[in-house]
Design a protein around this ligand. Sequence first.
Ligand code: TYD
Ligand code: MG
Length: 489
Amino acid sequence: MAGKGKDELFFCGNCGYESKKWMGQCPSCKAWGAFSEAPVMRTVSVKGRSGNVISGVRGLEMIRPVPIKDISASEEERIPTGFDEFSRVLGGGIVPGSLVLIGGDPGIGKSTLLLQTAANVAGGITGEQDTAFAENKGAAGEGGRQVIYISGEESLKQIKLRADRIGDISDNLRFVSETNIDKIIALLEKERPELCIIDSIQTMYTEDAQSVPGSITQVRECAQRMMMCAKSLGIATFLVGHVTKEGTVAGPRVLEHIVDTVIYFESGEQFGYRILRSAKNRFGSTNEVGVFEMSEEGLKAVKNPSEYLLEGRPVNATGAVVTCLMEGSRALLLEVQGLVSESQYNLARRQANGMDYNRLSMLMAVLSRRAGLDLNALDAYVNIAGGMKVTQPSVDLAVIAALISAAKNLVIPGDTVIFGEVGLSGEVRAVPQAAERVKEAAKLGFKRVIMPQINVHGLKKGRVQGFDMESLGVEVVGVRFISELFGIL
Ligand code: TYD
Ligand code: MG
């Protein structure tokens, strides 16, 4: 054969392994008969501008660096999910061609959320739904898009049963029950939907990998193929991934670096609501949360979680304090409960539900040393109502107030919100986004906010744009030291 010489290169069509000689079996991936001649790898010599001879490779397209001003970065239009709560967590809607992993325990509602989202996208529903999905009918409205929902977990019949609960679904949304990822990619290449759901990545397999579906190798390989597919065809893709209790076996953790965005669907299950939280997002911030509750007709967005979290709280009970947290850009009001009682044992008990035990111990030490309230001989319990886990120090002042209220039998008026960080000297330190917190309190009808003096100072000086304390009708009380609380409460 002409041209056969030392420039000859062969490569494995399966894994890309290169070799100077043809081989029957690839030493790298062990595939048989996959070797072929590489057409592009013959070197040529080109005369450079300075007259030097530059070696290059013929047939390879030249790559070219570009200056920053030539890169257009107009953000592509995002696809609305139909749930503001979900869109916000994604960073403002679904980015075309992005690969998003939704992880969560089995039964949390991943399939339901994605089915509803798929139905919304197919039906052209853009905004938050005030009412149950069923009333929106989900029929193909203007702007409906092609969506394919691929289930490897459920038969079409089972999907139908679920779909019946959430309402009418546009014909733009079509279903496939399949687990062979290569067949799925071939289908997507042909159909080119704008959105595709793979439920779940653990059930998918490719014949090119030897291990069983659900193994790390399969899961990673299938996700990688979906990534290529999403990017090259511009199909926004959601992958469902189960987190096992151990978090190891084929957990979606191995996928986190492959995908663009990772969202976890978590619960305070016994409390009936579920929280969407993004752990990684190439297209938005990672500290937004979305709150949902499961109903008879699928998931419903909880538009005002504060109201939800405060529902049924006792009014004018001792030990109950409302505080305000920030979850991303969103202010959340919730109740902190404290209880102290005579200890039956030599060693007093302390229990912290929803907050760090060590933080509680520290706050109790500060209370005793800096404010003279000695709780050493008493059992003390602190509970964050609603099953929330609070890690922000801005809850400190509310915990202190709850303990004071419980120990002194003082009722804190039900229209009061308290927040602030507490330091070891008993000083009350500033918290971020105080204006947002005050606004949320006002929105829910609270009349008095007890907060760090330094934040009050900031607000009064009008440093926060568009924040007008007068019009809110809230009395703002600043504190510098925790000992001042006794006088105020
Ligand atoms: P599912 O979406 O199947 O969870 P996952 O895909 O994360 O495993 O839904 C889980 C639960 O939600 C299931 O126990 C049934 C319940 N459910 C409702 O309460 N209402 C509904 O309308 C639907 C569709 C499901
Ligand atoms: Mg499911």
